[in-house]
Design a protein around this ligand. Structure first.
Ligand code: PMP
Length: 426
């Protein structure tokens, strides 16, 4: 049996940084990544057969818990009939109908294979449908790694952004306007200056990529109002929040209706899938109907679609989200109480099965607030919990996820582990 450290050393020889997605490498918290051997329900086991309570759940998809028997069965049954056809199937219609039925803003939907593809395609579609180039995004929101989205705010208000990745020419992000999340006034000013050139606004309607940061009252409503007034496309990136925070995502909670929505993660139940959809008059611009090109060899993959359909069916059971939300609150309230008992500045927030924990007196409202939290203390907490067999996201800038399998005993075990760890942090 290899140790995690041995595997990491070996991985680094054949894979850049030893991982296939950067945050897995533990760079921001230090230490050795855990190599997963298997997972079941709320747990995974690493290469050394140590068990962890998992609060990442594959960064969101594992909402039913790992290896849910009904989802695994659906995958197995689909796999025997072939892994990919490159021709349409009835199951693709079924998942499209399920998504349209659940999300009132969605009239038509197209499947892709990841969240990145979903947002990249939605933005191309918005540009193609409006004949405009500029897009607005918000600092701290992550929408996958398409070139025009890898950008941070420029120095002054209303300046265009700078690439945050090598390999992205400045020209490629010269049409991307980056504003502060929850700053309605800045969006108003951007529209006053560039309104008729703005193809779309893309937003995480509840941000989960700068830890959990909720929309301020009126923020999403302002985006809706301005996009309507200027004929721009409002894109809700619900890759993380879709079917995670509630049965209709953030749009169901806030009542603000986007023109397009991007989805991934939960809708594939752990298999590679993404989707973008919305108003039919916009979706009609996609090839083969319209001039906006978008395609994929594995799009609508039958095995991924089978996992997605089964997952969505199970999420539709009465009371699912009430129960998930209650368990998540039990976790955040328990952690907050323990921190308070030990006199550690700490706060927490949640929506449905998604949560944020912050080493800060108050729940953050912006990326700046998150950055101002005690990140050194978070790192110690992270490693303390890891030693105790509890796996939180290895970064203070990530949200956490609870599954339907995180029952009372799992939450209680987490809270008593936190008691010991908070004590050691005093
Ligand atoms: N949008 C959001 C809101 C996300 O959280 C993510 C991934 N964390 C993406 C897009 C990109 O999705 P993927 O990793 O599947 O490409």
């Amino acid at each position: 049996m290899s140790t995690n450290a041995e595997l990491f050393e070996r991985a680094c020889r054949s894979i850049p940084g030893g991982v296939n997605s950067p945050v897995r490498a533990f760079r921001s918290v230090g230490g050795t990544p855990r190599f997963v051997a298997r997972a079941q329900g709320p747990y995974f086991w690493d290469a050394e057969d140590k068990r962890y309570i998992d609060y990442i759940g594959s960064w969101g998809p594992a909402i039913l818990g790992h290896a849910h028997p009904a989802v695994v069965k659906a995958v197995q049954e689909a796999a025997v009939h072939g892994l990919s056809y490159g021709a349409p199937t009835e199951a693709e219609i079924e998942i499209a109908e399920l998504l349209i039925e659940r999300l009132p803003s969605m009239e038509q939907v197209r499947l892709v294979s990841s969240g990145t593809e979903a947002t990249m395609s939605a933005i191309r579609l918005a540009r193609g449908a409006t004949g405009r180039n500029k897009i607005i995004k918000f600092e701290g929101c992550y929408h996958g790694h398409a070139d025009s989205l890898l950008v941070k705010a420029g120095s002054g208000l209303l300046t265009f952004g700078n690439p945050t990745s090598a390999g992205v020419p400045a020209e490629f992000v010269s049409h991307t306007i980056v504003l502060d999340y929850n700053d309605s006034q800045a969006v108003r000013e951007a529209f006053q200056t560039h309104g008729k050139e703005i193809a779309c606004v893309i937003v995480e309607p509840m941000a989960g990529n700068m830890n959990l940061v909720k929309p301020a009252p009126g923020f999403l409503e302002t985006l809706r109002e301005l996009c309507t007034a200027y004929d721009s496309v409002l894109i809700f990136d619900e890759v993380m929040t879709g079917f995670r925070v509630g049965p209709q995502g953030v749009q169901g909670i806030t009542g603000v209706t986007p023109d397009l929505t991007t989805l991934a993660k939960v809708i594939g139940g752990g298999m590679p899938i993404g989707a973008f959809g919305g108003r039919a008059d916009i979706m009609n611009h996609i090839a083969p109907l319209g001039g906006v090109y978008q395609a994929g060899t594995l799009s609508g993959n039958p095995v991924a679609v089978a996992a997605g359909i089964k997952t969505l069916q199970l999420l539709g059971e009465p009371g699912f989200y009430d129960q998930l939300g209650a368990q998540t609150r039990k976790l955040t309230e328990g952690l907050t109480q323990q921190a308070k008992r030990h006199g550690i500045p700490f706060s927490a927030d949640s929506e449905g099965g998604m949560f944020g924990i912050y080493f800060a007196q108050a729940v953050p409202k912006s990326l700046n607030d998150v950055s101002a939290s005690d990140i050194e203390r978070f790192k110690k907490f992270f490693h303390g919990m890891l030693d105790q067999g509890v796996y939180f996201a290895p970064s203070a800038y990530e949200a956490g996820f609870v599954s339907a399998m995180h029952d009372d005993s799992v939450i209680d075990a987490t809270i008593s582990a936190a008691d010991a760890v908070f004590k050691s942090l005093v």
